[in-house]
Design a protein around this ligand. Structure first.
Ligand SMILES: NC(=O)C1=CN([C@@H]2O[C@H](COP(=O)(O)OP(=O)(O)OC[C@H]3O[C@@H](n4cnc5c(N)ncnc54)[C@H](OP(=O)(O)O)[C@@H]3O)[C@@H](O)[C@H]2O)C=CC1
Ligand SMILES: O=C(O)CCC(=O)C(=O)O
Length: 421
């Protein structure tokens, strides 16, 4: 299955493009832009792992700390063969704007390893994770930089990271979020990104006259974010009409049972192997051109690009993935009148509940899930209204530009108050 844009633009160029659109509107000077685009620190490490067949494979690991004007660095750890410095840099900068837009007291960071976890055993994955933590340990810490799950990492990986960090520093649950519940993880973190997205989807749907309980939804990527989006929208009464993952895509006008599909995928099978009455396997192009009210990219970056954005037949795109839409595709969607809720606001639910987990960890006290979800809802709705209100103040302002403006403005203010500008 096609993965990324045809070398249209690099991940960091995409983020830089959106940054400058907003910076122009804010009238930021060149020296301010330079400071805000540069990463505070970029760490690249070699991670040799002895595999079960006796051979040693050396992976590249990255942690990019973009900006910490508003609080400790915060962001996920991604395990994927496409991980590189450019992508990690881009994702770290996105975290800076995202935490500012959501109003949680963190900066932005991201990390990853260029590995294919599907080719590693459980034990090899553990060794890789522990070796990564040993190498980046000096830049981590509960008040310094706090990783979390991202593509192909999960609560188990976070547990290993916490354990490895604890060997040198003592028991430190607040050094990572997205941990298992048994290790001071927070209720609601696993599904938080999707839950937060659906809160925003409902706000956006109301703004453009889509009824969520009657909506049709297509989801690209059915991992943590995609599968929870599917379950949540189905619980609202919406119909999931098309789903894809790296194995292929399926479609059913009557609706695909997202709960059953999540069980199927959770057991290790691909979306394209899902069998149910009326469900057909389709090509990527057929998947993308499925008529629907809401299209949710929830896979990798750059997957909606100039070569395929024209195929999308949706009224709104709500970005679960980070940087799924290239600037050219974004412009194409706007020309088609598609309402886009961008990543930096739509997928902030994960880091918001990570913030709640971090707060709970500082106090070694647990909130119940209802409290977590209610607080998440308030933050996501507030962020939507702040961004949408800003977009409405000036004609022809997309939510993306308004969101970047808000995020950048808050970071600039913090940097100025600290005396960094
Ligand atoms: N987890 C979180 O809390 C957050 C995640 N995000 C973003 O959401 C996105 C998804 O993350 P998450 O759900 O955690 O990751 P997962 O690893 O759980 O899921 C990734 C999904 O993307 C699919 N995928 C990979 N390649 C393709 C492809 N070529 N076509 C279609 N689908 C593909 C995978 O399929 P397969 O399983 O077959 O490989 C899988 O279903 C990422 O961009 C991430 O940065 C954003 C905010 C927070
Ligand atoms: O929960 C977190 O700290 C980070 C989540 C993340 O990586 C993201 O929002 O892209």
């Amino acid at each position: 299955m096609e993965t990324t844009a045809p070398a249209e633009i690099s991940a960091f160029e995409t983020v830089r493009h959106y940054f400058h659109l907003a910076a122009d509107r804010l009238g930021l000077a060149d020296d301010q832009r330079e400071l805000l685009l540069a990463a505070y620190r970029e760490v690249q490490v070699a991670i040799p792992v002895r595999l079960s067949d006796g051979s040693v494979k050396t992976y590249s690991g990255y942690r990019v700390q973009h900006n910490h004007a508003r609080g400790p660095f915060k962001g996920g750890m991604r395990y994927h063969p496409t991980v590189d410095l450019d992508e990690t840099r881009a994702l770290a900068a996105l975290m800076t704007w995202k935490t500012a837009i959501a109003g949680v007291p963190f900066g932005g960071a991201k990390g990853g390893v260029d590995c294919d976890p599907s080719q590693l055993t459980h034990r090899e994955l553990e060794k890789l994770t522990r070796a990564l933590v040993q190498r980046i340990d000096p830049v981590l810490g509960p008040t310094r930089d706090i990783p979390a799950p991202d593509v192909n990492t999960n609560a188990q990986v976070m547990a290993w990271m916490m354990d490895e960090y604890g060997k040198a520093h003592g028991y430190s649950p607040a050094v990572v979020t997205g941990k298992p519940i048994a290790l001071e993880g927070s209720y609601g973190r696993e599904s938080a990104t999707a839950r937060g997205l659906v809160y925003m989807l409902r706000e956006a749907a109301a703004a453009i006259g889509v009824l969520p309980q009657e909506a049709t939804v297509a989801i690209q990527g059915f991992g943590n974010v995609g599968s929870w989006v599917g379950r949540f929208v189905q619980r609202l009464g919406a119909r999931v009409v098309a789903v894809s993952d790296a194995s292929g895509a399926i479609r059913c006008e009557r609706g695909i049972d997202a709960e059953r599909l999540a069980v199927h995928v959770g057991a290790g099978s691909g979306v394209a192997e899902f069998e149910a009455d009326g469900v057909e396997v389709v090509s990527v192009e057929e998947f993308l051109s499925t008529p629907c009210d809401v299209f949710v990219p929830a896979a990798l970056g750059g997957m909606v690009h100039s070569g395929n954005a024209g195929l999308i037949e949706a009224r709104m795109v709500v970005e679960g993935a980070n940087s799924p839409t290239t600037p050219e595709a974004d412009a194409l969607l706007r020309e088609k009148g598609v309402f886009v809720v961008p990543d930096v606001m739509a997928n902030a639910g994960g880091v918001v509940v990570s913030y709640f987990e971090w707060v709970q960890n500082q106090q070694h006290f647990r909130w119940d899930e209802r409290e977590v979800n209610d607080k998440l809802g308030s933050i996501m709705r507030r962020a939507y209204r702040e961004v949408a209100g800003r977009a409405q103040q000036r004609p022809d302002t997309s939510l993306r530009v308004a969101a970047y403006e808000l995020g950048i403005e808050r970071v600039v203010e913090a940097a100025r108050l600290r005396g960094n500008f």
